[in-house]
Design a protein around this ligand. Structure first.
Ligand code: FAD
Length: 378
């Protein structure tokens, strides 16, 4: 890394007149060191780019693990969909493949940490990227610590930082507890309370299943959930990815995973159905002090509303780059749709069709190759 010193004489409000800014110069910054960032970094190395000089990773978390380190404790290797190996190192190198009753929040960080060590990836943490703006043909990456001046960006910040909660009238009146699935820890804390679970995705159903074992629940979703009897085949996976890829190439917001995959009938969900837990109700229209109310006036008392309503991509720090269309979508291009059409120096990995561990692996390879070629680095 070299440094770039710029003398600021004017910034519009005059407050930093005369300040000297030091920015570390590097070709590419990868923002985020989860599956998507690590895969991208691995491929940048494979292309011959020098860690520290040509590229580095910035991650806001204290330790390795991406968002997996924050997942609720009941998410184990047996209850996740599937966590794919990162390129170049098998999960089995740190844990016996037969061991499945182990928390994802423990074992995935251990795997990522070993991965970073094995390939000596230059991850700087905890460093939070606050904002990225354009300056003299380069990007200025401002963090809570240093500032970086870079030529290209691979953004791999996932979704965990931006939970999505829809707004409903009366929400602020509710005297009980409202939480997003992101803050869920264990079902036991809800014992004896009536819990309204909102959401039709896999997480919503997993949490509904768990909570309904210890207390009474109401389940509401906006749309009728689409359960699937047949197992999810690799062809189904490819079709789902193709659908999302098509959306982002047209600049549409990617949409939820479940909207394209459907929900498989796992043994746990079949058992929940047998227990009568999966009596889905349509979305309520209003929240009251003591519960929820539907348009026909029906009310249900509740102590807790659990919003298992998903996440949106954590991209707010890129706002000055104006990569979004008016409706919030981003037109994506490139071999695997990781490249931002409005600015080919920006790649988004873990976004849209690559928002899965396997997708992030592939997209990391494509982004590394395309960006380093574009910048003339490889
Ligand atoms: P993350 O793992 O979220 O990593 C993003 C990184 O960016 C984090 O380390 C974070 O600290 C960092 N970061 C964020 N903002 C900033 C910033 N401003 N500055 C610096 N650093 C920043 N996928 C599967 O393939 N299989 C599964 O079984 C599966 N289960 C899931 C279960 C749940 C509950 C959820 C929510 C998702 C699941 N997914 C699953 C999707 C999963 O999130 C992705 O597959 C993948 O792990 C995401 O990797 P990522 O690198 O894109 O994001």
């Amino acid at each position: 890394m070299t440094t770039e010193r710029t003398q600021t004489t004017e910034n519009g409000n005059g407050s930093s007149r005369g300040e000297i800014h030091v920015a570390y110069k590097v070709d590419i910054v990868v923002i985020g060191a989860g599956q998507a960032g690590l895969s991208s970094a691995y491929h940048l190395m494979r292309l011959g780019l020098k860690p520290g000089r040509n590229f580095l990773l910035l991650d806001k978390s204290e330790q390795a693990g991406g968002a997996w380190q924050y997942r609720w404790p009941s998410l184990t290797l047996s209850t996740v969909n599937r966590i794919h190996d990162l390129p170049g190192m098998q999960f089995a190198e740190i844990i016996d493949p037969g061991v499945t009753e182990v928390k994802a929040s423990v074992v995935v960080p251990r795997y990522y940490e070993a991965y970073e060590r094995k390939f000596q990836l230059p991850v700087y943490r905890p460093v939070t990227v606050k904002v990225v703006c354009e300056r003299n043909g380069r990007f200025r990456v401002e963090t809570d610590r240093e500032t970086f001046s870079v030529r290209g960006l691979i953004n791999a910040t996932g979704t965990w930082e931006t939970p999505s909660i829809p707004t409903y009238p009366g929400q602020e009146l509710f005297k009980g507890r409202q939480l997003h699935a992101r803050d869920y820890r264990t079902a036991d804390e809800f014992a004896g309370k009536h819990v309204v679970v909102v959401g039709g995705g896999i997480s919503a159903l997993q949490l509904l299943d768990e909570i309904s074992r210890v207390t009474s629940t109401t389940w509401v979703t906006r749309r009728e959930p689409r359960f699937r009897d047949a197992p999810f085949t690799p062809e189904d996976g490819r079709a789902a990815v193709a659908t999302v890829e098509d959306r982002v190439r047209r600049g549409l917001v990617p949409g939820s995973v479940v909207s394209v995959t459907g929900i498989p009938w796992t043994p746990a969900l079949k058992a929940a159905r047998e227990r009568g837990v999966l009596n889905r109700l349509p979305m309520f229209s209003e929240i009251t002090e003591t519960g929820v109310r539907w348009p026909d006036g029906t009310e249900r008392q509740a102590d807790v509303i659990l919003w298992a309503t998903g996440f949106r991509s954590s991209l707010d720090h890129l706002a000055p780059l104006q990569i979004r269309e008016d409706d919030g979508g981003i037109v994506m291009t490139g071999r695997l749709a990781t490249q931002v059409a409005r600015d080919p120096r920006v790649h988004l990995v873990g976004y849209g069709p690559s928002a899965s561990t396997i997708g992030a692996n592939r997209a990391g390879a494509a982004a590394a190759r395309e960006l380093s070629a574009y910048l003339g680095l490889a």
